[in-house]
Design a protein around this ligand. Structure first.
Ligand code: SF4
Length: 289
């Protein structure tokens, strides 16, 4: 039986790909990568952070290094394909759906770059692309593949109706690197500390964020956010809790030279700007492990 490994985002395009291949009696296993910037089952944060910091092939409108990201995912899928004996990799990519990373030339360039040319089948746009090895070998019937092109979702929605698929997430992107506000913060973090890690990237998703010299101040908006942010504490963090329930402050400094008393005072000043009450006292926690 022909076996395909599908890079699966859980969006409509990947759901359709699965269906299209299964209609041809192909066994489809899915693989879903995730990082601290987007959810997924197999964590590739470590490798992904490297390309977020220094993409070889540029970024989209935010901090999203989409070409490098595709390359990384395809490379990892390629390793699994070879190791586990899949016949080919499938993806839900649609030619020209995203101008930055999905032009026909781009798609072909990327797969060649990692030595997988001919091994990646894109069922939704296959008829617009050269025949893959699986098609040439007769493992996949090219006539039952599609020639979908561009940003419009019309054809995919028609196909979903045809296949009676009515439960699928709306296209939301899902990757926080494409969000303008988050991208601005991450860019500042990168300028401040090239060696930032996933916990640094995570805390920027929460609260109001301020950068000063080599220090980040995060003022949480409510108790839940205050509790949640504690999952990403790091050694050296300072956490300020006023003597009433409300916003909290996380202070993370990237330099040993910072004067702790001064940054604590700055943290209190930031908190006062967003607190409805004036605290009489603060609990100051220094996170050491
Ligand atoms: S939007 Fe995010 S997850 Fe998608 S390819 Fe670009 S960097 Fe990767």
């Amino acid at each position: 039986m022909t076996k395909a490994l599908l890079l699966y985002s859980k969006g409509l395009d990947s759901i359709l790909c699965k269906k299209i291949l299964e209609e041809q009696n192909i066994k489809v296993d899915t693989i879903n990568f995730g990082t601290c910037f987007f959810d997924g089952e197999i964590d590739i944060t470590e490798d992904h952070l490297k390309i977020v910091k220094e993409p070889k092939y540029g970024r989209g409108q935010g901090m999203n290094p989409c070409r490098d990201c595709h390359l990384l995912m395809l490379k990892k899928a390629g390793e699994i394909m070879k190791e586990k004996g899949y016949d080919f990799i499938a993806t839900g990519e649609v030619v020209s759906q995203r101008p930055f990373s999905q032009s026909k030339e781009q798609l072909l360039f990327l797969e060649k770059k990692i030595g997988l040319d001919g091994f990646i089948l894109r069922p939704l746009s296959a008829k617009l692309l050269p025949e893959t090895i699986a098609e040439k070998k007769g493992l996949v019937d090219r006539n039952k593949l599609y020639d979908i092109f561009g940003k419009s979702r019309k054809r995919q929605l028609e196909l979903a109706r045809e296949f009676k698929i009515d439960d699928f997430p709306m296209p939301a992107g899902g990757c926080i690197l494409t969000e303008k506000e988050y991208a601005k913060k991450l860019k500042k973090l990168l300028e401040m500390n090239f060696n930032f890690d996933s916990k640094d990237a995570e805390v920027l998703k929460r609260g109001r964020v301020f950068f000063e010299d080599q220090t980040v101040f995060i003022i949480t908006r409510n108790k839940e956010e205050g509790n949640d942010i504690q999952r990403f504490f790091k050694t050296g963090d300072i956490y300020l809790e006023p003597d009433f329930p409300g916003p909290l402050v996380l202070i993370r400094s990237f330099t040993k030279k910072s004067n702790v008393d001064i940054i604590i005072e700055r943290g209190k000043e930031y908190l006062l700007q967003y607190s409805k009450k004036v605290p009489q006292d603060f609990k100051i926690l220094k996170y050491e492990k």
